[in-house]
Design a protein around this ligand. Structure first.
Ligand code: NVA
Length: 379
């Protein structure tokens, strides 16, 4: 049955069960955000040298919205109920008692902000000041779900202070002059900009596999944040994972659950702990390496890598949305028995990611299951 507002159900335990209801972001009003401790945008060729900020070019925004609307229509035609966020005026300056920030960011990637686990949707802390208030774009929807589904648990992680104690002093000026080797050394030590002062995580650093959650320690997710998730989900097993990626943020171009027993990995990013792959192998999972993107250059003003070719949306264990030009990825998934739906999306990437980033689950059919009955002690 197609869902409507009269039978809203909030529930989603993993990345592959049949999708019934989803949020698809909007590009409207997205900013190259104003300078802040966590973010260094430096695009002199595109008119945004270090320290400058402003709205994304109008034509780029229009194209991105066209692709997002088309994606939403593809999902709706498949009987999936699609909701959209309400953009704010992201050009406005924002403040808390602790700081002032010259602009906000946008609301193209709901996946970064909203973590759906079972009948709960959790608003993530976010570690960019420009993204501190981004949850407000989703409040009209969350309020509605709260009224419509008596079982919906609406949660919010502690809002972080994001004072100077949260960020390492002069991180960027030091990082930018390190040698390649020194940068890798810092990466091996997960030594990036955020400190352990307070719990921080973005929802997009979490990959959901039923009872097991894989959480990436990153530029935006610290150990305190992962520990917060562990205490918050006592019924789950929360695994901390890290990969050889220099300035990582968000796991969804690194480790992609496709269906029970099948996971897609990034051949350029190796796990930093051997247990990470062992857990899959021990439980009979097949690990498939992603092919490279067909593209050789990123879109202008894009902060994501070309590995967005991995950033797919699984509609059910046999059906998957892939960026329309990514033929090698489509062929790989076809070989693994998927019906592949091509979705033009490359022009959305400067607004915050790919097809997975652009969505947040509201309802997938199915229950909480254990896909890793054989655990590894200490992981
Ligand atoms: N930051 C990662 C993940 C993006 C979804 C990348 O750019 O590959």
């Amino acid at each position: 049955m197609k869902e409507t507002s009269s039978n809203t159900v909030v529930s989603s335990w993993n990345e592959w069960d049949p999708l019934k209801h989803v949020i698809v972001g909007r590009a409207s009003g997205t900013m190259i955000q104003a300078p802040e401790p966590a973010v260094q945008n430096d695009w002199p060729q595109q008119g945004f040298p270090l320290g400058s900020f402003g709205r994304m070019p109008e034509q780029m925004e229009a194209k991105a919205n066209e692709h997002l609307d088309n994606f939403a229509a593809i999902l709706e035609n498949r009987g999936i109920w699609v909701d959209r966020p309400t953009p704010l005026d992201f050009s406005q300056a924002v403040q808390t008692p602790d700081w002032e920030q010259g602009s906000m960011f946008g609301c193209m990637p709901p996946r970064d902000v909203l973590l759906s686990v079972g009948n709960e949707i959790l608003e993530a802390p976010m570690s960019f000041r420009s993204r501190w208030f981004e949850y407000l774009c989703y409040r009209p929807l969350l309020e509605q779900y709260y009224k419509e589904d008596p079982n919906f648990r609406w949660e919010s992680a502690p809002k972080p202070r994001l004072t100077e104690r949260t960020f390492k002093d002069n991180f960027w000026s030091q990082w930018n002059v390190l040698s390649d080797e020194e940068q890798w050394q810092r990466t091996k030590n997960s030594d990036w900009i955020i400190t352990e002062t307070e719990p921080l995580f973005d929802a997009a650093d979490v990959a959901r596999f039923g009872r097991d959650l894989f959480v990436q320690k990153s530029m935006v997710t610290n150990d305190a944040g992962i520990e917060w998730l562990r205490r918050h989900y006592p019924e789950h097993r929360v695994h901390t994972v890290s990969y050889t990626e220099k300035l990582p943020w968000h796991i969804d171009a690194t480790l992609i659950p496709l269906r029970p027993g099948l996971v897609l990995t990034n051949p350029e990013r190796s796990p930093l702990k051997k247990f990470q792959n062992e857990l899959f192998e021990k439980n009979g999972w097949e690990i498939v390496e992603a092919p490279r993107s067909v593209r050789t250059e990123k879109m202008p003003l894009c902060t994501c890598s070309l590995w967005l070719n991995m950033n797919c949306l699984v509609l059910d264990p046999k059906t998957i949305c892939i960026e329309a030009a990514e033929t090698p990825m489509m062929e790989l998934l076809d070989k693994h028995g998927f019906e592949v739906i091509p979705v033009p999306f490359f022009e959305v990437s400067p607004f915050g990611g790919g097809l997975h980033c652009a969505t947040a689950d509201v309802h997938r059919e199915g229950d909480l299951e254990d896909y890793f009955p054989k655990q590894i002690e200490g992981f």
